[in-house]
Design a protein around this ligand. Sequence first.
Ligand code: UD1
Ligand code: UDP
Length: 378
Amino acid sequence: MSRFKVVISFGTRPEAIKVAPVIKELQRCRDKFHTIVVVTAQHRQMLDQVLNIFKIVPDYDLNIMTKRQSLSDVVIKTLRGLEPLLKQERPDMLLVQGDASSAFASALAGYYQRIPLGHIEAGLRTYDKYAPFPEEINRRCISAIADIHFAPTPRARENLIAEGVDQSRIYVTGNTVIDAVKEILSKRRISACRTKNIRLLLVTLHRRESFGTPLKGICQAMATIVRRYPDVQMVIPVHPNPHVSKTINNMLGKEKQIRLIEPLEYPDFLALMKQAYLILTDSGGIQEEAPMLGKPVVILREKTERVEALEYGTAVLAGVEPGQIVKVTECLLNDINTYRHMVRRCAVFGDGKAAMRIRKILLKWLASIDTGCNSSKL
Ligand code: UD1
Ligand code: UDP
């Protein structure tokens, strides 16, 4: 059997964390796969942090990031960068992950070259095209292009089926972020030590649909919380997007109980998650990691596509209105029974074997194409 050429294209921190286990898995099977790693570098420093941690060396680096880049900048530069590369490499399969604009533009670039597409973390939906923005439309467009859909959960699979995607093309694999967490935890002993009499609240914010008034409201809520609770310390690794960092620095920079820090290396961030009493976030990936670490999450968004944790009861949707955020958070700070009920480890987003499943499915599909058995499917 010939070796299959697979291009994996990604550009942001969360994509890198989630494709790292897949890259490792494919590279482990060198006799079966020729894996080509392409980074758009939609993120620069935050992407490089992850590449270093997982020891991933890109074969191609489009190096597209500029300060204050627009959505069009990312899409246009990715399309332009990938066109000659895909023409030259002509892979058997292109893989993208999630819903960032790098993933969407990579999928489109592959489609223009008629290259089969595999979508990792397929089928997440809010069914609101502006929440999250632009991710909801990015992922729906990727689904329209994809030939194989790696759905992280049964719910994601159901979403795709409801949209008319052929069931035989959907595989429930678990989310590869759980593989990534397990990989880090297996290599580093991460202590969950806490400072006595201090409750640590870990906060991250970056969603585009929150820029402006909602983000200011969230910051206002954070200030109210620390002022009311002398035993609360808040740590915020500030996202470098200027729309985010400017607002957070202006509104929270002088709060004594709030520490604003640079984005952390992934293992350090996981350590901080373990130490946290509570996590408040609008991040997608953190919503998936927290239940695995047994940490309750207050979701600082109007809508989430990760409803599994809400249903399991380890996350609560607070919205972006300051009064409501304070109310939800205070409930967890004041009522130990409510809090304890949310402190439960659960594996709703995966078991850590997603990458292995993806590798096996890919091999089967590519082999069937190679022999012509399944050519109608792709
Ligand atoms: C992007 C993704 C979002 C994902 C998020 C994860 C899109 C449209 N958005 O949003 O889906 O949830 O990443 O963090 O794909 N910057 C730096 N250094 C970095 C990274 C960003 O300075 O390493 C700054 C730059 O000024 C850049 C800006 O942040 O122009 C915005 O980056 P961009 O990737 O466009 O958007 P994010 O908000 O990071
Ligand atoms: N993360 C990190 N360092 C930080 C903050 C987050 O390594 O300082 C990790 C986090 O554990 C998760 C991912 O980055 O795996 C989430 O990234 P982000 O919130 O930027 O994007 P999203 O998941 O919302 O797309």
